[in-house]
Design a protein around this ligand. Structure first.
Ligand SMILES: Cc1cc2nc3c(=O)[nH]c(=O)nc-3n(C[C@H](O)[C@H](O)[C@H](O)COP(=O)(O)OP(=O)(O)OC[C@H]3O[C@@H](n4cnc5c(N)ncnc54)[C@H](O)[C@@H]3O)c2cc1C
Length: 205
Protein backbone atom coordinates (compact mmCIF):
# COMPACT_ATOMS: atom_id res chain seq x y z
CA UNK A 1 0.00 0.00 0.00
CA UNK A 2 1.17 3.54 -0.73
CA UNK A 3 0.09 6.83 0.85
CA UNK A 4 1.51 10.30 1.28
CA UNK A 5 1.55 10.18 5.10
CA UNK A 6 1.47 7.05 7.26
CA UNK A 7 0.24 7.98 10.72
CA UNK A 8 0.98 5.63 13.61
CA UNK A 9 -1.61 6.02 16.39
CA UNK A 10 -5.32 6.78 16.15
CA UNK A 11 -5.67 8.91 19.28
CA UNK A 12 -6.55 12.61 19.08
CA UNK A 13 -3.18 13.60 17.56
CA UNK A 14 -3.20 11.02 14.80
CA UNK A 15 -6.86 11.58 13.89
CA UNK A 16 -6.55 15.36 13.95
CA UNK A 17 -3.42 15.24 11.79
CA UNK A 18 -5.19 12.97 9.32
CA UNK A 19 -8.17 15.33 9.20
CA UNK A 20 -5.99 18.45 8.76
CA UNK A 21 -4.05 16.76 5.95
CA UNK A 22 -7.32 15.83 4.27
CA UNK A 23 -8.48 19.47 4.41
CA UNK A 24 -5.30 20.28 2.45
CA UNK A 25 -5.83 17.46 -0.06
CA UNK A 26 -3.12 15.21 1.38
CA UNK A 27 -3.76 11.49 1.60
CA UNK A 28 -2.98 9.52 4.78
CA UNK A 29 -3.49 6.14 6.46
CA UNK A 30 -3.87 5.84 10.25
CA UNK A 31 -2.62 2.69 11.99
CA UNK A 32 -4.21 2.07 15.40
CA UNK A 33 -3.28 -0.74 17.77
CA UNK A 34 -6.67 -0.90 19.51
CA UNK A 35 -10.30 -1.03 18.38
CA UNK A 36 -12.34 2.12 17.81
CA UNK A 37 -14.53 1.26 20.83
CA UNK A 38 -11.48 0.91 23.03
CA UNK A 39 -10.13 4.31 21.98
CA UNK A 40 -13.55 5.90 22.54
CA UNK A 41 -13.84 4.31 25.97
CA UNK A 42 -10.56 5.78 27.17
CA UNK A 43 -11.44 8.61 29.56
CA UNK A 44 -8.84 11.35 29.60
CA UNK A 45 -8.69 15.06 28.90
CA UNK A 46 -11.46 17.50 29.51
CA UNK A 47 -9.81 20.92 29.39
CA UNK A 48 -9.04 22.07 25.85
CA UNK A 49 -6.72 25.02 25.41
CA UNK A 50 -7.09 27.56 22.61
CA UNK A 51 -4.35 26.04 20.42
CA UNK A 52 -6.26 22.78 20.12
CA UNK A 53 -9.59 24.55 19.70
CA UNK A 54 -8.16 26.54 16.77
CA UNK A 55 -6.79 23.38 15.16
CA UNK A 56 -10.18 21.71 15.53
CA UNK A 57 -11.75 24.73 13.82
CA UNK A 58 -9.22 24.56 10.97
CA UNK A 59 -9.97 20.86 10.62
CA UNK A 60 -13.71 21.62 10.35
CA UNK A 61 -14.61 19.56 13.43
CA UNK A 62 -15.38 22.18 16.08
CA UNK A 63 -19.15 22.58 15.72
CA UNK A 64 -20.17 20.28 18.58
CA UNK A 65 -17.23 21.39 20.70
CA UNK A 66 -18.54 24.98 20.54
CA UNK A 67 -22.19 24.09 21.04
CA UNK A 68 -21.78 21.53 23.84
CA UNK A 69 -18.47 22.46 25.49
CA UNK A 70 -18.32 24.76 28.52
CA UNK A 71 -16.23 27.89 28.16
CA UNK A 72 -14.18 28.72 31.25
CA UNK A 73 -12.49 32.11 31.59
CA UNK A 74 -10.48 31.09 34.63
CA UNK A 75 -9.81 28.42 37.23
CA UNK A 76 -9.59 28.33 41.00
CA UNK A 77 -6.68 27.09 43.04
CA UNK A 78 -7.48 26.00 46.55
CA UNK A 79 -4.96 25.19 49.27
CA UNK A 80 -5.41 24.84 53.02
CA UNK A 81 -8.15 27.41 53.78
CA UNK A 82 -7.41 29.78 50.88
CA UNK A 83 -8.80 29.96 47.37
CA UNK A 84 -7.71 32.25 44.58
CA UNK A 85 -8.86 32.59 41.01
CA UNK A 86 -6.62 32.82 37.96
CA UNK A 87 -8.39 34.99 35.40
CA UNK A 88 -7.30 33.57 32.02
CA UNK A 89 -9.34 36.08 30.05
CA UNK A 90 -7.84 39.11 31.84
CA UNK A 91 -4.25 37.88 31.70
CA UNK A 92 -4.11 36.14 28.33
CA UNK A 93 -7.34 37.13 26.55
CA UNK A 94 -7.93 33.41 26.12
CA UNK A 95 -10.32 30.95 27.62
CA UNK A 96 -10.43 27.16 27.74
CA UNK A 97 -13.23 24.86 26.71
CA UNK A 98 -14.26 21.92 28.83
CA UNK A 99 -15.21 19.13 26.42
CA UNK A 100 -14.20 15.52 26.94
CA UNK A 101 -11.37 14.02 24.91
CA UNK A 102 -13.71 11.13 24.21
CA UNK A 103 -16.01 13.56 22.41
CA UNK A 104 -13.07 15.16 20.55
CA UNK A 105 -12.10 11.70 19.34
CA UNK A 106 -15.71 10.84 18.47
CA UNK A 107 -15.99 14.01 16.32
CA UNK A 108 -12.69 13.23 14.60
CA UNK A 109 -13.71 9.63 13.85
CA UNK A 110 -17.01 10.89 12.43
CA UNK A 111 -15.19 13.36 10.17
CA UNK A 112 -12.64 10.78 8.99
CA UNK A 113 -15.38 8.26 8.26
CA UNK A 114 -17.47 10.85 6.39
CA UNK A 115 -14.43 11.58 4.22
CA UNK A 116 -13.72 7.85 3.68
CA UNK A 117 -10.45 8.26 5.56
CA UNK A 118 -8.42 5.08 5.92
CA UNK A 119 -7.96 3.86 9.50
CA UNK A 120 -6.63 0.35 10.10
CA UNK A 121 -7.46 -0.96 13.61
CA UNK A 122 -5.87 -3.67 15.69
CA UNK A 123 -2.52 -3.48 13.97
CA UNK A 124 0.32 -5.33 15.67
CA UNK A 125 4.09 -5.37 15.46
CA UNK A 126 4.38 -1.93 13.84
CA UNK A 127 7.97 -1.31 12.77
CA UNK A 128 9.36 1.81 11.10
CA UNK A 129 12.14 0.94 8.68
CA UNK A 130 14.82 3.34 7.48
CA UNK A 131 13.75 6.31 9.64
CA UNK A 132 17.10 7.93 8.83
CA UNK A 133 16.66 7.54 5.05
CA UNK A 134 14.47 9.18 2.41
CA UNK A 135 12.70 5.89 1.77
CA UNK A 136 11.24 4.98 5.15
CA UNK A 137 8.35 2.54 5.27
CA UNK A 138 6.20 0.85 7.88
CA UNK A 139 5.48 -2.84 8.31
CA UNK A 140 2.82 -4.32 10.58
CA UNK A 141 0.49 -7.27 10.92
CA UNK A 142 -3.28 -7.20 10.91
CA UNK A 143 -5.53 -10.30 11.09
CA UNK A 144 -2.32 -12.34 11.20
CA UNK A 145 -1.17 -11.05 7.80
CA UNK A 146 2.02 -9.08 7.14
CA UNK A 147 1.41 -5.65 5.59
CA UNK A 148 3.62 -2.81 4.38
CA UNK A 149 2.96 0.88 3.76
CA UNK A 150 5.28 3.09 1.73
CA UNK A 151 4.83 6.78 2.43
CA UNK A 152 6.48 10.13 1.77
CA UNK A 153 6.26 10.87 5.49
CA UNK A 154 5.69 8.81 8.62
CA UNK A 155 4.09 10.60 11.56
CA UNK A 156 4.50 9.06 15.00
CA UNK A 157 1.33 9.87 16.97
CA UNK A 158 1.47 6.79 19.16
CA UNK A 159 2.21 8.45 22.48
CA UNK A 160 5.10 8.21 24.86
CA UNK A 161 5.21 4.42 24.94
CA UNK A 162 4.68 3.89 21.20
CA UNK A 163 7.21 2.59 18.71
CA UNK A 164 7.83 5.86 16.87
CA UNK A 165 9.86 7.62 19.52
CA UNK A 166 12.21 4.65 19.81
CA UNK A 167 12.65 4.55 16.03
CA UNK A 168 14.23 7.99 15.83
CA UNK A 169 18.01 7.50 15.84
CA UNK A 170 19.52 8.65 19.14
CA UNK A 171 21.90 11.11 17.47
CA UNK A 172 18.99 13.14 16.06
CA UNK A 173 16.37 12.55 18.77
CA UNK A 174 15.72 15.50 21.07
CA UNK A 175 13.46 15.16 24.07
CA UNK A 176 11.80 18.02 25.91
CA UNK A 177 10.50 17.21 29.35
CA UNK A 178 9.37 19.06 32.43
CA UNK A 179 8.81 17.09 35.60
CA UNK A 180 6.59 18.62 38.26
CA UNK A 181 7.09 17.75 41.92
CA UNK A 182 3.50 16.65 42.38
CA UNK A 183 0.92 14.31 40.91
CA UNK A 184 -2.80 14.69 40.52
CA UNK A 185 -5.88 12.64 41.03
CA UNK A 186 -9.24 13.18 39.35
CA UNK A 187 -12.47 11.69 40.65
CA UNK A 188 -15.58 11.48 38.49
CA UNK A 189 -18.87 11.79 40.35
CA UNK A 190 -22.42 11.90 39.07
CA UNK A 191 -23.36 15.09 40.90
CA UNK A 192 -24.08 18.69 39.85
CA UNK A 193 -20.88 20.79 39.52
CA UNK A 194 -19.84 22.43 42.80
CA UNK A 195 -18.70 25.50 40.87
CA UNK A 196 -18.95 26.88 37.34
CA UNK A 197 -15.16 26.80 36.89
CA UNK A 198 -12.64 24.15 37.77
CA UNK A 199 -11.17 24.08 41.26
CA UNK A 200 -7.69 22.59 41.56
CA UNK A 201 -7.19 21.67 45.20
CA UNK A 202 -3.92 20.84 46.88
CA UNK A 203 -4.12 18.60 49.89
CA UNK A 204 -1.56 17.01 52.18
CA UNK A 205 -3.76 13.91 51.96
C1 LIG B 1 -6.33 11.17 33.18
C2 LIG B 1 -5.84 12.13 32.09
C3 LIG B 1 -6.39 13.41 32.02
C4 LIG B 1 -5.95 14.32 31.06
N1 LIG B 1 -6.50 15.57 31.02
C5 LIG B 1 -6.12 16.43 30.07
C6 LIG B 1 -6.75 17.73 29.96
O1 LIG B 1 -7.62 18.07 30.74
N2 LIG B 1 -6.36 18.53 28.94
C7 LIG B 1 -5.39 18.14 28.02
O2 LIG B 1 -5.08 18.92 27.10
N3 LIG B 1 -4.78 16.95 28.11
C8 LIG B 1 -5.12 16.08 29.11
N4 LIG B 1 -4.53 14.85 29.19
C9 LIG B 1 -3.50 14.52 28.20
C10 LIG B 1 -4.14 14.04 26.90
O3 LIG B 1 -5.02 12.96 27.17
C11 LIG B 1 -3.02 13.60 25.96
O4 LIG B 1 -2.21 14.71 25.69
C12 LIG B 1 -3.58 13.05 24.66
O5 LIG B 1 -4.23 11.82 24.88
C13 LIG B 1 -2.45 12.82 23.68
O6 LIG B 1 -3.03 12.36 22.48
P1 LIG B 1 -2.18 11.52 21.47
O7 LIG B 1 -3.08 11.19 20.33
O8 LIG B 1 -0.89 12.20 21.21
O9 LIG B 1 -1.77 10.19 22.29
P2 LIG B 1 -2.70 9.04 22.83
O10 LIG B 1 -4.03 9.56 23.28
O11 LIG B 1 -1.86 8.31 23.82
O12 LIG B 1 -2.96 8.14 21.56
C14 LIG B 1 -1.94 7.36 21.02
C15 LIG B 1 -2.61 6.27 20.21
O13 LIG B 1 -1.61 5.46 19.63
C16 LIG B 1 -1.96 4.11 19.78
N5 LIG B 1 -0.72 3.34 19.76
C17 LIG B 1 0.22 3.23 20.72
N6 LIG B 1 1.23 2.44 20.32
C18 LIG B 1 0.91 2.02 19.06
C19 LIG B 1 1.54 1.20 18.11
N7 LIG B 1 2.72 0.59 18.38
N8 LIG B 1 0.94 1.00 16.92
C20 LIG B 1 -0.24 1.61 16.62
N9 LIG B 1 -0.91 2.41 17.50
C21 LIG B 1 -0.32 2.62 18.70
C22 LIG B 1 -2.72 4.04 21.12
O14 LIG B 1 -3.59 2.92 21.21
C23 LIG B 1 -3.49 5.35 21.08
O15 LIG B 1 -4.77 5.23 20.50
C24 LIG B 1 -4.94 13.93 30.15
C25 LIG B 1 -4.39 12.63 30.20
C26 LIG B 1 -4.84 11.74 31.17
C27 LIG B 1 -4.24 10.36 31.22
Amino acid sequence: MRTQVAIIGGGPSGLLLSQLLDVHGIDSVVLERKTKDYVLGRIRAGVLEQGLVRLMEQAGVATRLHSEGYRHDGALVSYENETFRIDFAAHTRQSVIVYGQTEVTRDLYAAREAANGKIIYEVEDVVIHGADTDAAHVTFTVDGKDRRIDADFIAGCDGFHGVSRQSIPLDVRREYEKLYPFGWLGILSETPPVNHELIYASSKR
